[in-house]
Write a new protein. Structure first.
Length: 552
């Protein structure tokens, strides 16, 4: 029976949790996925905006440098600029407005360095074979890649071409890469982010914060084939990074901005942790509430089944007792009539024995003893049928005075032979001060008989049973204790022994309704039954019956 309730409990918990947790998981997962997508899109869009803003700033920087050089070239003639003092004055003038320039130089159409203002001894150097010189002669404006050159220091040049009639010349400026790199690094985001420039060959034009120096190969993939701004999710040597790449307008350099997603997506991770925490708490609350409600429902179902089983058992017992009563009445009718005839004949024989001639017979004593035994056993048979009729009578509870001590004695008479057969000694201790109780004697006897039977079954053979009656004046109740020397009741089942259909006997040896019926009977009579284990071993059952007033 317990297995059935356990299976039902598990099914109810499983179904309830399924209908509760599946929607919770679906809603929670959907919300998290939507938030993750929205926030990731916002982070990437922010990274795109940072890269494009920095690209615009770099394009503006080159536009200004080209404009400055063009203005200087077209506001001065070659003859004016080859004067060292003029070029030096111009260099100092533009340095006041910008610290990006390292030097200025004037190169004629043959590549000879005619005038120079700066810290290096470059006057007289010929640049006819330099790639930047050939490019500016063809295009008019040129911004070179970073290179070492004669000075062996990474730098790049911006050069503009000026025509004066049939001749041309070039005004060239060298840019300080250290100051230029500070503009690029301004695009860095977070502690793990960085920004740098690469050329079309994927060579670093500015130093990488974590992946190399100028003129080394960049760790990011070569994206020379695309234009515009592109967002990538790249796996780099130091981990997964978000990358925005965009090409500059005036120079074939690509700005690369790297961002550590662990920093920028930290709110998502925190939200995920919070969502998981809330989900765990929700699951615990749902599971706890489900288990509590299911246990409450199962407990009510068990109590309902218990009451139904007790009612069914009482109805069955009533039917049995009614049938037994009818059978006992028939037996009493069939036996009491012969017993009356035997009693009458025995009395007649007894009267005959009073005559003198019979008393003179040698067998007079034997006749008298035989008649006495006949009368004794007839009286005994009448008592047996009387007890049978009294116990078999099964009616609604009646209120009548009941002597508990006498009821115990009468009940033990039913079990004398069984106890003798099993060599079980029954010790009886009666409280002479115990008053009569107002209750149903037949039902109380049924309870005591069931408890005593259980005690004898628990002992088995060669044991002892103690029956004690007590009166508690403070509680106004009479108690009957039945203790045995059996193995006792295991503690894990002590609270279940009054449940319907619960039994520790072997299959076919009991229905598990006896103690449940006893509990129901005593509850209806206003009493109670309790079970415990003796310290010396064995079990003890206590039946308490209130001492009621018959007028109540």
């Amino acid at each position: 029976m317990d297995k059935d309730y356990s299976l039902l409990r598990l099914k109810l918990i499983a179904v309830t949790l399924g209908f509760s947790l599946i929607p919770l998981f679906l809603v929670g997962t959907s919300l998290y996925v939507q938030f993750d997508r929205a926030y990731s899109a916002r982070v990437k869009e922010t990274l795109r905006t940072v890269a494009e803003d920095r690209r615009h700033a770099l394009d503006l920087f080159f536009d200004e440098r080209i404009s400055q050089l063009t203005t200087l070239a077209y506001t001065h003639t070659l003859d004016e600029l080859v004067r060292s003092s003029v070029l030096q004055d111009l260099f100092e003038l533009i340095q006041r407005r910008s610290k990006y320039y390292v030097d200025l130089g004037v190169i004629d159409q043959n590549g000879d360095h005619l005038a120079y203002a700066g810290p290096y001894p470059l006057l007289g150097v010929n640049y006819r074979e330099a790639p930047w010189f050939q490019s500016v002669m063809q295009r008019g404006v040129h911004i070179s890649d970073v290179f070492l050159g004669v000075r062996k220091v990474p730098h790049f040049v911006i050069a503009v071409l000026r025509w004066e009639g049939a001749r041309c010349w070039v005004l060239r400026a060298t840019i300080n890469t250290d100051l230029f790199e500070s503009m690029v690094r301004a695009a860095q985001v977070g502690k793990g982010g960085e920004a740098y420039l690469v050329n079309e060959k994927n060579i670093l034009q500015t130093a990488s914060r974590f992946h190399g120096q100028v003129l080394t190969e960049a760790p990011t993939p070569n994206l020379a084939r695309f234009r515009g701004t592109r967002l990538l999710d790249e796996e780099l040597p130091r981990g997964r990074m978000l990358m925005a790449a965009t090409w500059l307008r005036n120079v074939p350099w690509m700005l690369v901005v790297l961002e550590d997603p662990r920093e920028e997506l930290l709110p998502i991770l925190e939200t995920r942790s919070l969502a998981l925490g809330l989900m765990v708490l929700s699951i615990c609350a749902v599971v706890g509430g489900t288990v509590f409600v299911v246990r409450l429902v199962i407990a009510q179902l068990v109590e309902s089944d218990r009451q139904k089983a007790a009612l069914d058992a009482n109805l069955l017992q009533t039917s049995k007792m009614a049938a037994l009563g009818r059978l006992a009445a028939g037996i009493a009718h069939e036996i009491n009539n012969p017993l009356a005839v035997i009693q009458e004949k025995a009395g007649w024989i007894h009267d005959l024995l009073e005559e003198e001639d019979v008393q003179a017979s040698e067998n007079f004593r034997e006749f008298a003893e035989a008649v006495g035994k006949i009368e004794q056993h007839v009286d005994r048979a009448r008592k047996v049928t009387h007890r049978l009729l009294g116990f078999a009578r099964r009616m609604e509870p009646v209120r009548q005075p009941v002597d508990v001590n006498r009821l115990v004695e009468e009940t033990l008479q039913f079990l004398e032979n069984e106890a003798l057969h099993r060599n079980i000694r029954i010790h009886v201790e009666r409280d002479p001060s115990a008053p009569e109780v107002v209750s149903d004697g037949a039902q109380l006897q049924q309870v005591l008989l069931n408890i005593l039977n259980n005690a004898i079954d628990a002992v088995g053979r060669d044991g002892q049973v103690w029956v004690t009656t007590q009166f508690d004046p403070a509680a106004r109740e009479v108690r009957v204790q039945v203790a045995d020397s059996g193995p006792g009741i295991p503690s894990e089942i002590l609270g279940k022994i009054f449940d319907p259909f619960f039994t520790t006997k072997k299959l076919g040896s009991g229905t598990g309704l006896g103690l449940s019926i006893c509990h129901s009977i005593l509850t209806n009579l206003g009493g109670r039954i309790e079970a415990a284990n003796r310290a010396e071993g064995g079990a003890v059952f206590t039946v308490s019956v209130p001492v009621n007033d018959l007028r109540a």
